[in-house]
Design a protein around this ligand. Structure first.
Ligand code: ADP
Ligand code: MG
Length: 338
């Protein structure tokens, strides 16, 4: 075959695969945008495991109507202006890839209004191209509906699991962001049924009660420590409320949901001797450290984090969680070892 330059739509669909792997990735990106927009209330509605419909509504700052088409352009962002800003990024998004990627592999309808504007705007996109921008009445905020996800990308559609499994991934995403942002009221409706609703009162324990259940969350022990520019806050389960797998860890760095072997291992180490072998803790950890000590720009989905000083992070987290556990239920022989 001769060498050819791929057409715009093909390039967009291939690149979208990096960001949008499954319906839960769409939910994650839309939630991050709503949080970055300063929302207090975020409503999520899904149908058919998210492949049918994903609708996220927020009461955030809205998108200026002139900028609406630009929001869906690739590498268009209001959050980063130069490469140097990357080291001090304070928002969840910064790549300007999500909306463009989603629009490349689904049908999208967006309505949005900014505060003080007499009316909002609506735009729909098919095949990555926006067709109509027309005025509509709505309160300040943004609603994005994503339907027919991957309909034009059969290879991707084929790899989706059952609706129940895909819904499970979405519940995980919403649970994590709820715990990272207890001051935001999240509501999730699955196939018309209310599935999750957090209080949005700013209290981590109240949010944890909704996510982990009263029997676990009410007894969780507070973690709180500061060391120079590092700080940690969160909750860890009492040893008797352990679980048989690692699914009870909710890890955030600078309020960003992350995957990190360093952090999970530090928490498990902290529980050493307190839990029987094969049992794992429930823990919600928000670690704060200077953004320049981290690198979140490793993967487009931005979940895998790298630390500049792994050993220091590991020790700080291990000791903070250990101190919390021992403070609540001192075990003299172990306290010496710690
Ligand atoms: P990024 O979040 O990396 O900037 P996105 O493609 O996710 O890139 O979004 C592009 C831009 O669209 C954002 O920078 C923001 O200005 C705007 N935007 C997207 N979603 C929202 C929202 N829910 N509320 C307000 N503005 C939004
Ligand atoms: Mg974004």
């Amino acid at each position: 075959m001769p060498i050819r330059v791929l057409d715009h739509q093909t390039v967009a669909r291939i690149a979208a695969g990096e960001v949008v792997e499954r319906p839960a990735s769409v939910v994650k990106e839309l939630l991050e945008n709503s949080i970055d927009a300063g929302s207090h209330r975020i409503d999520i509605e899904i149908k058919g495991g998210g492949a049918g419909l994903i609708k996220v509504s927020d009461d955030g700052c809205g998108i200026l109507s002139d900028e609406l088409p630009l929001a869906f352009a690739r590498h268009a962002t209001s959050k980063l202006s130069s490469f140097d800003d990357l080291s001090s990024i304070g928002t969840l998004g910064f790549r300007g890839e999500a909306l463009g990627s989603i629009a490349a592999v689904a049908e999208v309808e967006v309505t949005t209004a900014v505060s003080g504007s007499p009316s909002g705007k609506m735009m729909s996109l098919r095949g990555g191209r926006g067709d109509i921008v027309r005025p509509i009445a709505r309160a300040c905020g943004t609603t994005i509906s994503v339907s027919h996800l991957f309909r034009e990308v059969p290879a991707r559609l084929k790899f989706l699991k059952s609706d129940t499994t895909e819904t499970g991934h979405i519940v995980t995403v919403v649970s994590n962001y709820s715990l990272a942002y207890p001051e935001v009221r999240f509501k999730l409706i699955v196939d018309g049924r209310d599935t999750l609703m957090t209080p949005g009162n700013g209290k981590l324990r109240d949010t944890a009660i909704e996510i982990l259940g009263h029997h676990v969350a009410a007894r969780m022990i507070e973690i709180s420590a500061v060391d120079g520019s590092f700080s940690i806050a969160g909750l860890v389960s009492a040893p008797e409320n352990s679980r048989a797998n690692r699914t009870g860890l909710f890890l955030f760095v600078n309020r960003r949901w992350v995957r990190s072997h360093i952090l999970s291992r530090a928490i498990e180490e902290a529980c050493h001797g307190l839990l029987t072998v094969g049992r794992y803790p429930n823990a919600i950890i928000n670690l704060r450290l200077p953004p320049s000590d981290t690198d979140i720009n490793i993967h487009p989905a931005k979940t895998e984090i790298k630390f500049r000083e792994d050993g220091k992070v590991f020790e700080f987290v291990r000791q903070a969680v250990r101190a919390a556990l021992l403070g609540e239920a001192p075990v003299p022989s172990l306290a010496v070892a710690a």
